[in-house]
Write a protein that binds this ligand. Structure first.
Ligand code: PD2
Ligand code: ZN
Length: 299
């Protein structure tokens, strides 16, 4: 995690007249001295729930003039994170330790950062997740960054549900394995999402991070910050179709049961090349579990 992410708000409910404490002024001065851009600091404060007037007071012309000289704020969309979820792949191992299981490394790509894992879940674990989800499926909702709420999305024609984190021994075991594999705390993960794609269903190409330009995004980020990475695990393979595609680089991952595709994005920006989609299922049913990893605790 970068040190630009510590602009803690004194209150979770953002308020129009939040006082600018001496601690906040000191934090701003330190961040500027460390070379972080005004843009990045504004984003960090927005992520922490500060209102625009408080941000302007802390980072407006007077504050900027009082701070030590810093490199010119570039028009860059966002600064990359330094600490990111992901497996340890130094020395190109064929297997990585996930605590209770050695997981196969089947493919790695640097840009976009993509890793395909084999033997991540057993057949019994895949079937157990499907059995637990089946009764609770409803037409999938996607987080609606325009409003901060959820809405039916025509781009996704699958059905889905979320397990609460740790809600059953199986869910907990899977989450702990993912945390070990990706070196990211269980508490920083969203609950596992289960999706079922019937024949013809697909998930059109999209980014999983929350678009900083959308008005609802600051509200969403107050709980856990940005998404940094995604792990899609295939629970049931369709008869045909249903691969996970990365159109920017012409990559398609086959939806083999027990296999998972991991990808990470160190900034919420298309330059990460993490545009991805679920290709139409041409025959049979495809089931997946998706784990999204956040910057901070997702409480
Ligand atoms: O099911 C998939 O292949 C898929 C593709 C793109 C899942 C997601 N995105 C997702 O859950 O975000
Ligand atoms: Zn996605």
């Amino acid at each position: 995690m970068t040190d630009t992410q510590q602009a803690s708000s004194s209150s979770h409910s953002a308020h129009a007249s939040q006082p600018i404490s001496p601690e906040l002024r000191r934090w701003v001065a330190e961040q500027m001295a460390a070379g972080h851009s005004n843009t990045a600091l504004r984003q960090s404060m927005r992520d922490a729930g500060w209102m625009q007037d408080a941000i302007d007071a802390a980072l407006g012309p007077a504050a900027v003039a009082a701070a030590p000289a810093q490199p010119a704020a570039a028009a860059a969309p966002a600064e990359p994170r330094t600490k990111m979820p992901g497996p340890l792949l130094e020395g190109s191992p064929l297997y990585v330790d996930a605590g209770d299981r050695q997981v196969q490394v089947l493919l790695t790509m640097k840009h976009p950062r993509v890793v395909v894992f084999g033997d991540l879940l057993s057949d019994e674990e895949c079937e157990g997740l499907i059995a637990g989800a089946r009764e609770r499926l409803a037409r999938s909702l996607t987080v609606e960054t325009k409003t901060g709420g959820e809405a039916l999305n025509v781009d996704r024609t699958s059905d889905g549900m979320f397990f609460t984190r740790g809600e059953s021994p199986l869910v907990q075991r899977v989450e702990e394995r993912i945390a070990r594999l990706l070196h990211w705390p269980v508490e920083f993960g969203e609950g596992l999402q289960i999706l079922r794609y019937a024949p013809g269903a697909q998930y059109r190409p999209h980014y999983d991070y929350f678009d900083p330009a959308e008005p609802g995004t600051p509200t969403i980020l107050r709980r856990g910050g940005q998404r940094l990475a995604t792990l899609v695990i295939y629970l049931q393979e369709p008869g045909q179709g249903g691969g996970t595609t990365f159109p920017d680089v012409g990559l398609e991952v086959a939806p083999r049961r027990g296999t998972g595709v991991f990808f990470s994005y160190d900034r919420p920006d298309p330059s990460t090349r993490t545009l991805h989609g679920g290709a139409p299922v041409l025959a049979g049913e495809k089931w997946v579990a998706t784990k999204w990893l956040r910057e901070r605790e997702f409480a």
